[in-house]
Design a protein. Structure first.
Length: 120
């Protein structure tokens, strides 16, 4: 018969900052039984967004809409992807995994496969 370890009670915190400080300086082991933990799924949770007004040259907006149309996505979504990629590149100096894989795809596109053409 194995003896179950008793867990400490999680203290009550007066603020989120106090709780953050506590967990930054304490191990969760004595407080949480990770063996019984389950993966939480929050299907209706959406990232918070903020509405902004952005003025773009008409030609740039038309090109963005054309690109989005080719990819069958809303142009606002495509703009968010483009901005996120650029911010990631600027923040991580171009060495992020998404940048490396994009560069690899670009190299593969530029190098045509040898299809048995005669050289001469």
């Amino acid at each position: 018969m194995t003896k179950r370890a008793t867990r400490k009670a999680v203290p009550t915190f007066s603020s989120e900052a106090e709780e953050r400080t506590f967990w930054d300086t304490h191990d969760t082991g004595p407080f949480v039984d990770w063996g019984t933990a389950r993966v939480a799924v929050f299907p209706n949770l959406k990232p918070s967004t903020e509405t902004i007004s952005l003025r773009l040259p008409a030609a740039l907006l038309a090109e963005l809409k054309a690109l989005a149309n080719k990819r069958d996505v809303p142009y606002q979504s495509l703009l968010k992807v483009f901005l996120a990629e650029r911010v990631d590149r600027e923040t991580h100096g171009g060495n992020s995994p998404s940048t490396r894989s994009r560069k690899a795809r670009q190299r593969r596109k530029r190098t045509p496969p040898d299809r048995g053409r005669l050289r001469g």
